[in-house]
Ligand binder design. Structure first.
Ligand SMILES: [Zn+2]
Length: 220
């Protein structure tokens, strides 16, 4: 084998190794994630934040931290794709369709700390119905974002109204905000409830009560 051949072999091996490590950690190899996050830039920013917090970023224990932090943000800010397939309501089902206790988590846009809890999502069908798992996917679609709970509640309701044209929509979120329980007020265990009702559900306190008993009397 000539030295040139050996060099070519080494290069091929290096390329294979690089491909292999890219497949182990595909996120690290890309500049921009599917959800538009600038991965390299964000990693540099986390590194800078650590330095500004007085940490030694060359410490072996911290070397992988920027990559991990950004991977965590990308995951929390990227909803899984799904298609909101609707079906004709051939059987004329006209009672409430309600999915309770859908777990969700989101990131508070004021502190970049998580808030998490459960969503109760329901609608009164009109001409279209939807697979019930899509109600949980809709919650994820808007919760994997920098959010405030009020806007998140309304976005879920608006989306379902737009896609289903139902006779009514209700969305109730109950969540614990880490920015309120771990810092600031330090109100550990406090739960924030938000709700949006549309259409026929705004006038029917008995139906609203099925989302959350206390909500029945709000505007009755
Ligand atoms: Zn906050």
């Amino acid at each position: 084998m000539t030295s040139k051949d050996a060099e070519a072999t080494n290069r091929a091996e290096r390329e294979r190794a690089a491909e292999k490590s890219a497949s182990v950690s595909p996120l690290h190899a890309v500049e921009v994630s599917d959800s538009g996050i600038q991965v390299k830039r964000a990693e540099a920013a986390v590194s800078e934040l650590l330095a500004a917090l007085g940490r030694d970023v060359s410490d072996p224990n911290l070397q992988e931290t920027p990559r991990r932090v950004v991977a965590s943000f990308v995951e929390q800010l990227t909803p899984r794709e799904f298609s909101m397939t609707t079906f004709a309501n051939d059987d004329g089902y006209d009672e409430l369709v309600l999915v309770r206790d859908i777990p969700f988590h989101s990131l508070c846009e004021h502190h970049l700390l998580p808030f998490r809890g459960v969503a109760h999502v329901g609608y009164l069908p009109g001409d279209r119905i939807v697979g019930i798992s899509k109600l949980a996917r809709t919650v994820e679609l808007f919760s994997r974002d920098l959010q405030v709970q009020e806007r998140l509640t309304k976005q879920i309701a608006d989306y379902l109204e737009d896609k289903l044209q139902p006779r009514g929509v209700g969305v109730v979120l109950e969540a614990e905000h880490m920015c309120m329980t771990l810092r600031g007020a330090q109100a550990a265990g406090s739960i924030t409830t938000t709700s949006t009702f549309k259409g026929a559900l705004t006038k029917d306190s008995a139906l609203r009560r099925r989302f959350l008993p206390a909500l029945g009397d709000l505007t009755a």
